[in-house]
Structure formats: C-alpha cells, structure tokens
Design a protein around this ligand. Structure first.
Ligand code: TRP
Ligand code: SF4
Length: 404
C-alpha cells in the first residue's frame, strides 16, 4: 500500500483563461509560490473544466493553456519544487470522475450554489450539459486523486470544497471497510502508549456517544501531532473515530489566502471578461496608459475638489504597491486637494512597472523556449500520474475491482 501524507499535500487548479493579470498574481500565484517550498504541491491547469463552459469554441484553448503555464513559471512556480501539469494529460482524473459519478447523488450537484448562478451568468450558451452539471465532481476527482489534504482557493470555492468533502465521506462510508478493520484499529490504539490511547478512547467515546464534535476535532489534532505511528495506522484511527472504516479518500480542507481580491481598473472585480485588468505581460506603455485612464473618485470633478481615496479605484492599487510614505502622501494630498489625480498615479505607474519587470523577463525567456515549457508540463504529468495511479489502486481495491 502506498501511503500519502495528506496533511502536507496541496492541490489546486486554475481554468486556462489565457494570460494572467495582477489580480491572479497577488491573489493566488504569490501564495502558491510560497506554499511550494513547505508543502508537497500539485498545481493543475484544468483544461477539461474550461470545456464545461467553452466547449463550442476550442480554438484558443491550447494557447490559453500555454500562456497560463508561461505565467505560472514566470511568477516563480518551479518544477523542482512543485508538480505543474495539465489535467487532460493525466487521464486518471477521468477514471476517478466516472467512479465517483456512480455514487454522487444528482441532488448534490444541483444544489451547489454556483450551478444555477453560473448558468445564468453564461447566458446565451447552452449549459444544460452533462459536463457542466458535473463540474464540481470533476473538481472532486482532481483533489481526491492526489489525496490532497489542503486546497488553496478563493472563498468563492467554499461550497465546492464542502461538496468534495461530502463525496469523500460518502465514498469512505460505502467502500472504506477493510477486512479486520476493528482489530487493526484496536491494535493501533494500543501502540499509542498508555496516556494517548486513554485520551483517544475517551475522545472517541465522547464523539460517538454524545456527538461531541469538539472531541472529534481534539482527537484529530492529537493524531496529527503524533510522530511515532505509521500513516496507515493514522488513517485507521481517523476512520475509527467516526465509526466506519479506513479513510481511502481523506477529506480535504480549503485554505484561504489572506490577500483580498483585487479591484479592477474600473473599481469592479478584476477579470478578463470585464476588460479591466492589467496583465502580467502588458508592456510598460500599456501599464502606463491603463492606469492613466483609470477613473478616480467621482467627487473630484475639478482639480480643486478634495477627494476621498476610499471611493477611488486607484487607492487599492496604491495600498498594494506603494510604500507607507507614498500612501500617506496620497491620503493627505487627495483629501486636501493638494495633489491632482495625474500626479497621484505617477508613483503607482512606476512601481507596477518595476514589479512586473522581472516577471516579464522570465516570461519572455519561456516564450522563446516553448519546448522547455512543454517539457516541464510533460514531466509534471508523469509525476502526477505516478501519484494518481497509486490512489486508483486503492480505489479499485476498495470497489473490489482489482481483477487478477
Ligand atoms: N473550480 C476552480 C475555480 O474555478 C478550479 C478548479 C478545478 C480547482 N479543479 C480544482 C480548484 C481543484 C482547486 C482544486 O477556481
Ligand atoms: Fe484617487 Fe489619487 Fe485622485 Fe484621490 S488623488 S481621487 S486617490 S487618483
């Protein structure tokens, strides 16, 4: 049996939408770059998910995948620290998806809040498709295939992660029984030592008899801390807490990054579809022009009208990019009409340009060496497949499908 330390394993995915903007960078990629040094990270370009909405026009798909890969690498994601791959190059995602589809109640999919919402959002396209309804289940397969314990996502993904947990729980409940499970679990408890086994037993009892969920959390935390037990025993003891059996597919946790969502050039959410984004590969001139064109506090009709940064879409960018001194200067100058908006934007333009420069230099190198990018993704897919195959061995075994 191949065991995975789920607590250390991170998986996240992004739909290939083409070039990344500074909102992706500050909101997501910087966090991933940090995580890759302390966790066992898998980052996936989910091209099948793109097809769930954009199946009619696939002309840009491969270009979008390539651009996303280039931008990930340019931002500092590194194939020596993380596994970077394309979903469709790991067909095991499809196998797990089909198996999970057998046990996933339709009603669970229909009640995922994003289902109706995004169907309305994408009006004009027929999203009454099988694939679109199954979007969250495909996402569940992405995560569970690697037995990832941690999924860094935006808070808009909370319902999806809850859904993944429900699916994992249902799978474990249906198929997680191994022969002699109770005997093995009891043996594992004895291996904890006197003090810890007593504690484990009383917490398990409190949960099972009184439904004390705090006791459940405490027991999980206890198991997490213990160094001297095997991962196999750890999985058994986690499963035994809730009764059932072994955890074949551990339930993942969402991990939200602390950075707030960046506002777009017009004050709305920064996104490609709103055409209000600064892209990582925008030229210096484009950056300058975009910032210069940004609307400001509507109260500042004339140069002499005092303004209020809190009402101005430029302000969040200053807070992100400018020093405290500059922010004070903006705050002071804006509210007293001491500075004009053109003047206010100048230091911002310079720091955005400076911040982007090293990213752009790296991106240009990858653009000139597309074979390198393809190679990185191919070996990422190989690495991902190795892990995915291990999980599927366990999954098939749990389903009694290990024919020999
Ligand atoms: N649904 C996610 C989004 O729109 C993308 C995604 C697909 C994902 N598979 C995933 C995110 C697995 C995290 C883990 O952002
Ligand atoms: Fe916005 Fe700066 Fe103009 Fe104030 S001075 S309204 S913060 S651009």
């Amino acid at each position: 049996m191949n065991l995975v330390d789920s607590e250390r394993r991170v998986l996240s995915g992004m739909r290939p939408s083409g070039q990344m903007h500074i909102g992706h960078y500050h909101g997501v990629l910087k966090n991933w770059v940090k995580l890759q040094h302390s966790y066992d990270c898998f980052f996936c370009i989910v091209d099948w998910h793109a097809l769930t909405t954009d199946y009619e026009d696939v002309s840009l798909l491969s270009k979008h995948v390539q651009d996303m890969a280039i931008d990930w690498l340019a931002c500092g994601l590194s194939p020596s620290s993380a596994t970077l791959f394309i979903q469709s190059q790991v067909p095991e995602h499809a196998e797990l998806h089909v198996l999970l589809s057998m046990l996933c109640p339709l009603s669970w999919l229909e009640r995922v809040p994003s289902y109706k919402e995004s169907q309305e959002q994408h009006q004009g396209r027929d999203l009454g498709t099988y694939g679109f309804l199954g979007y969250p289940l495909l996402q569940a397969a992405d995560i569970l295939l690697y037995r990832a314990g941690i999924v860094p996502v935006g808070s808009d993904q909370l319902a999806h992660i809850e859904f993944v947990r429900d699916v994992a729980r249902r799978f474990n409940h249906l198929y997680g029984r191994e022969p002699g499970f109770e005997v093995k679990a009891e043996a594992a408890i004895r291996k904890l030592g006197k003090k810890n086994s007593k504690l484990y037993n009383s917490l398990r009892q409190a949960y099972q008899e009184q439904g004390d969920s705090e006791a459940l959390d405490t027991a999980r935390a206890l198991l997490k801390e213990l160094q001297n037990i095997t991962l196999g025993d750890k999985e058994r003891l986690l499963g035994y807490l809730e009764g059932g059996g072994k955890l074949v597919l551990p339930e993942p946790q969402a991990m939200f990054s602390e950075s707030p969502r960046l506002t777009g050039l017009d004050g709305g959410k920064m996104s490609k579809s709103h055409n209000n984004a600064i892209y990582l590969r925008d030229t210096q001139e484009q950056v300058e022009e975009k910032i210069k064109r940004m609307p400001t506090d509507p109260a500042r009709v004339h140069r002499n009208d005092p303004g209020e940064p809190a009402r101005c879409p430029v302000w969040p960018l200053h807070k992100l990019y400018s020093s405290e001194t500059t922010c004070d200067w903006v705050q002071q100058g804006c509210t007293s009409a001491g500075i004009g908006c053109v003047e206010c934007k100048q230091p911002l333009i310079e720091s955005v340009q400076q911040d982007l420069q090293p990213i752009q230099l790296r991106a240009a190198e990858y653009e000139d060496n597309l074979d390198v990018v393809r190679g990185i993704l191919a070996s990422g897919a190989e690495r991902a497949r190795d892990e995915a195959r291990d999980t599927l061995v366990e999954v098939r075994q749990a389903l009694g499908m290990n024919y020999r």
